[in-house]
Design a protein around this ligand. Structure first.
Ligand code: DLL
Length: 444
């Protein structure tokens, strides 16, 4: 670990450190090109015709605001592949987004898109310490999900060695870590914790492994969760962000300072808007992120509303990259729960739980409406060493959790403590919320 802390800052591509005026000029040129290319997509052609938009109507980046948003619903309507800007024969690969409901939405890449995608992943991996001499174990799913393949080719681009372990089979992950001695682990943060926990259960000393750092993403996590991963695996954990509709992983990632994720602005225009008024929020304010892909060929996207809530930070970063940084994603406009009128994000519950010593980072949020009032139940696993048959002790722990949830989220929850190892474990993205209110109303 010490070795990695001292690693020097390296920038993969000078495009990450362009002077702002040069970056703006490049973005404008690419945006104008994009508007021209989007004319090949019937969906955009029709909107452009309605709003009388063409390449020449874009004279500065401010004109972006005259262009329409694209939403998930638009993509669903264009199912399966009606958003292509190139002929079908030019596609090199198709991935799908991991929607929580209904059919996936598909995203497509040309060979050139795949090359660019690997380059973007190489950039954030390098920013977070990856070098050609390292070995990386990828424990993301390989399939329609963009995590596995995206990171895989990024690691190869850096010149490092990939172990495509894929998600799942935790005992095998451990055996690979022990026998092949990966320097870095790549997966979702929740799977990193599952691996860390199994290491502890088997009484393996984390220092006997060669792991030094990890690149985690694909789902929201908190700073406390990062500290746990750092501590339990003896590594430095880096956050990276992306979404299939925009390209997959590679939209942004942290540098060694771990103080916000640098957005790859020469490829993506980012906006942060108030989801109600659709107006931009002030820098540093939380809002919904909106992305425009400037370079993608097969399926470029204009002003895509991500529903991810985060804040942007345009202050210079001491690492030398000049790109804007995004905060952690603290919630989504659509995973926000409204419980007895109070807006609650699952990340707030996680934050509260992780403040209480003795809880394991495994929990389930159950929302129900048995009568007329919403009820929030938080089921929390107790760490084996803290589990006790003594009622009083468990009662105290429950009260502490209740107090923390109340102070963070502003509402009372039924706290249910459950025995170690009873809640479901996740190999990919964790599913923490079980909202049963719709079922009772017969809506689902
Ligand atoms: O999750 C792409 C990805 C894979 C990113 C691996 C990083 C690493 P989708 O399956 O389309 O794509 O899901 C995208 O996941 O809108 C966010 O809500 C969430 N998400 C992704 N990365 C992060 C992150 C991939 N670092 C959706 N923090 C996005 C919080 C994240 N949420």
């Amino acid at each position: 670990m010490a070795e990695h802390v001292n690693i020097e800052n390296r920038i993969w591509n000078p495009a990450e450190a362009l002077e702002r005026s040069r970056l703006t000029a490049l973005q404008l040129e690419r945006l104008r090109d994009l508007v021209e290319r989007l004319d090949a997509v019937p969906f955009y052609r029709e909107v452009f015709a309605r709003h009388r938009i063409d390449r020449d109507s874009i004279r500065s980046l401010d004109d972006l605001r005259r262009l329409p948003f694209t939403t998930k619903a638009d993509l669903r309507e264009q199912y399966p592949l009606n958003m292509l800007a190139v002929p079908r024969q030019r596609l090199a690969r198709i991935h799908g987004s991991s929607g929580t409901t209904g059919k996936p939405t598909f995203v497509a890449y040309t060979a050139e898109d795949l090359r660019q995608w690997a380059e973007l992943c190489a950039r954030f991996l390098t920013a977070g310490g990856l070098r050609s001499e390292h070995v990386v174990q990828v424990a993301f799913g390989y399939g329609l999900f963009t995590g596995g393949f995206g990171l895989h080719y990024g690691i190869e681009q850096v010149g490092a060695t990939v172990i495509p372990a894929a998600a799942g089979n935790t005992p095998r992950q451990l055996a690979l870590l022990q026998d092949l001695g990966a320097d870095a682990l790549v997966c979702t943060p929740s799977y990193a914790l599952t691996i860390a926990e199994t290491i502890r259960e088997r009484q393996i000393d984390p220092d006997s492994l060669n792991l030094k750092f990890g690149h985690f993403g694909g789902e929201p996590w908190t700073e406390d969760m990062r500290l746990r991963i750092d501590r339990q695996l003896g590594i430095r954990a880096f956050n990276n962000y992306g979404l299939s509709e925009v390209i997959g992983p590679g939209v942004g990632g942290e540098c060694l300072r771990r103080d916000g994720m640098h957005i790859q602005e020469d490829h993506f225009l980012v906006e942060c808007i108030d989801p109600q008024t659709l107006e931009p929020v002030a820098p540093g304010q939380r809002g919904e992120l909106v992305f425009t892909s400037l370079c993608k060929q097969a399926m470029p996207i204009l002003r895509y509303r991500t529903r991810d809530l985060a804040a942007l930070d345009d202050r210079p970063c001491p690492c030398g990259r000049t790109t804007i940084r995004m905060s952690r994603v603290t919630g989504r406009t659509d995973d926000m729960l409204i419980i007895r009128g109070v807006n609650v994000f699952p990340s707030q519950i996680e934050e509260a739980l992780l403040r209480v010593e003795g809880t394991a980072p495994h929990y389930e949020i159950v929302v129900d409406r048995p009568g007329t009032l919403d009820e929030l139940t938080v089921r929390v696993e107790i760490r084996p060493q803290d589990f006790s048959d003594e009622m009083r002790q468990m009662q105290q722990l429950r009260q502490r959790i209740d107090r923390e949830i109340h102070s963070v989220a502003g509402l009372r929850a039924n706290v249910e403590l459950v025995r170690p190892q009873t809640l479901e474990r996740f190999e990919g993205k964790a599913k923490r919320v079980n909202d049963r209110r719709g079922e009772r109303n017969g809506k689902i």
